[in-house]
Design a protein around this ligand. Structure first.
Ligand code: UD1
Length: 419
């Protein structure tokens, strides 16, 4: 079978109005939370992404039932029959590690294979494991398989994270919800997706407070139940469409977004010279003037500028007049779009954590390869502004985080097809 590619004919302005689907980074922990609930959860605004399907395969392998009707995913977790996730399923998606806290919280035992490194460089789980140990989990590792168990009820712990890891905060929250006593997570991640998970768990009967701040408190409860919940909008997808409008000199109204979660990203597009107007659940962006460089852009944990938006903004900056500097502080290997953007005529020097981008007057279409999810999206964004045709392969990465990106972009004026 030949692999499909996206073909983008650049040079068309991105204009119009577009809705933004539910957040991948919220729905994955919420699906793990559905397993923990032990009830029937109806999850609205659930995007159709390959990572969501991978999560459903994990849920089914453990004995849950998952069914989709439109954008609603129903998970019936009343009976689960297994506490082990196979190596094959674990390898499909690195973020499956979030099932560890959920299975452990529900069944007091969980076995799964150690998630390996990933495209973004090594992604250790030491903070997840030391947090779970503080909660009282016994953890052993044998030939890459983790076996975790609680011998009794979770009685609460005071846990200070060495850095505000999103996944570790989620795993500790999930493992601590059912039990007695209070767990406090200090230096917790403050990302909006953490708050979404906390609100989902509270809708299932949990008692979590402080989410969104760096101190999260979890009062153990006797059990949870199912709920109806709507997943927050995907702020990275929103930033990608904003990038598409910015780089093509277009004008776009994004619907179904939460501008309050996106201040740092909005500010970067403003620094480039775009006009951005946030409304309660919409953002308007217009790029009438030529783009200008951004002096220094540093990725930091929320509320700072998100690492996931960095490759997309890098692609836009290739066309911004002047010199931009990006410092990537979260992941080691997050300039993977750069060599492909060079093939398109960009001028980028990337070394270690720092990339220096000299804006160029034009990009040219080229055959490119997506090296990871956001690097792939960055190439699509660059392709929209390049002369001629850009081909992007390795679409399995892009499909992990964007619901049919070509259909979405076509609806706002792009000439893009999958073949
Ligand atoms: C999540 C997001 C990802 C985003 C990232 C940072 C999901 C599914 N993924 O990933 O899209 O880019 O947050 O906002 O929500 N670290 C350790 N030890 C640990 C855990 C993390 O050293 O035990 C390090 C990582 O290597 C990385 C940094 O901490 O350098 C941040 O990672 P973390 O916040 O945990 O990211 P993820 O939860 O993996």
């Amino acid at each position: 079978m030949t692999e499909s590619r996206l073909y983008i004919e650049g040079g068309r302005k991105i204009c119009g109005e577009i809705g933004v689907h539910g957040a991948k980074n919220s729905v994955l922990p919420v699906l793990a939370g559905a397993l923990l609930s032990g009830g029937v959860c109806r999850i609205h605004n659930c995007p159709e992404l390959s990572d969501v399907y991978a999560s459903c395969r994990i849920l089914r392998s453990l004995g849950c039932r998952c069914g989709r009707e439109g954008d609603v995913l129903e998970v019936d977790a009343r009976s689960i029959s297994d506490y082990e996730i196979s190596e094959g399923l674990m390898r499909e998606m690195r973020s499956s590690i979030v099932f560890l806290g959920a299975i452990l919280g529900r069944l007091r035992r969980c076995r799964l294979s150690f998630p390996g490194g990933c495209e973004l460089g090594p992604r250790p789980i030491d903070i997840h494991l030391s947090g779970l140990k503080k909660l009282g989990a016994r953890i052993s590792e044998d030939h890459g398989v983790l076996d975790c168990s609680f011998s009794g009820a979770v009685t609460g712990a005071d846990i200070t994270l060495p850095l505000p890891s999103v996944g570790a905060t989620e795993n500790i929250m999930l493992a601590a919800v059912i039990g007695s006593g209070e767990t406090v997570i200090r230096n917790a991640a403050r990302e909006p997706e953490i708050s979404d998970l906390a609100e989902f768990l509270n809708a299932c009967g949990a008692s979590i407070s402080g989410h969104g701040s760096s101190t999260v408190s979890i009062k153990g409860v006797g059990g949870l139940h199912g709920c109806e919940f709507s997943v927050m909008p995907d702020r990275i997808v929103a930033a990608t469409y904003m990038g598409a409008a910015a780089i093509t000199g277009g004008e776009l109204m994004l619907r179904g977004v939460r501008p309050s979660d996106m201040y740092s990203t909005v500010s970067v597009y403003e620094q480039m010279g775009c006009s951005v107007y946030p409304y309660s659940d919409r953002i308007y962006i217009s790029a009438k003037k030529p783009l200008c460089a951004v002096k220094t852009l540093r990725t930091t944990p929320y509320p700072g500028f998100p690492t996931d938006c960095q490759p997309i903004v890098m692609a836009v900056l290739t066309r911004a007049k002047g010199t931009s500097v990006i410092v990537e502080n979260i992941f080691e290997n997050r300039f993977r779009a750069a060599p492909e953007l060079l093939r398109m005529g960009a001028d980028i020097k990337a070394e270690g954590k720092v990339a220096v981008i000299e804006g160029v007057p034009k990009l040219s279409g080229a055959a490119t390869v997506a090296a990871d999810l956001r690097a792939g999206a960055a190439l699509v964004v660059a392709g929209l502004a390049a002369d001629g045709t850009t081909a992007v392969s390795n679409l399995n990465y892009i499909d992990r985080g964007y619901e049919s990106i070509e259909t979405a972009l076509r609806s706002i004026g792009a000439k893009i097809r999958r073949a």
